[in-house]
Design a protein around this ligand. Sequence first.
Ligand SMILES: [Zn+2]
Length: 193
Amino acid sequence: MKVTLAAGDALLVADVQNDFLPGGSLAVPGGDEIVPVLNRYIGFFHARGLPILATRDWHPPNHCSFLLQGGPWPPHCIAETAGAAFSPVLELPSDTSIVSKATAQEKEAYSGFEGTELNTLLRSSGTRRLFIGGLTAEYCVLSTVKDALRYHYATFVLKDAIRAIHPNSNLGQALEEMKRLGAVPVDFESLAA
Ligand SMILES: [Zn+2]
């Protein structure tokens, strides 16, 4: 199946931040491998004047998801730190809409829609179809895909540009769940020139 991009399409890059990449505090195995692939998508959407959005975990230093606060994760993506910065090799255009999530101490948010202006941004840009890739497949990508479907966006998951924190057990399972819910898996070759 070839997908032809048109007005109403937008690209969402989820959480491609240093702490989720090899060397980071919550590194996703092979997370760096998707960055060049995402750059191809970014170039493709940008060349067509289509909106590009990027979500980021943007936590306070004592966020409830951190181990010391009783959460499941080591500290990661603390706002304004190098670990929270987007990968330096991710080629986000200057007009990318940046959406910060889980910014309050007591609230976790895996979905880019949760407690953010993401839905408003998409509505105001006339987005009807959303293409989602990034990290991690079984948490933030899955949750964002679920919410995108709940908000009635036609939702495509970039299966060549996602990675799971537990790749052996969770990547295939996450993809299956996204498909079951109605998301359409695509890869870069699926996009019609
Ligand atoms: Zn987080």
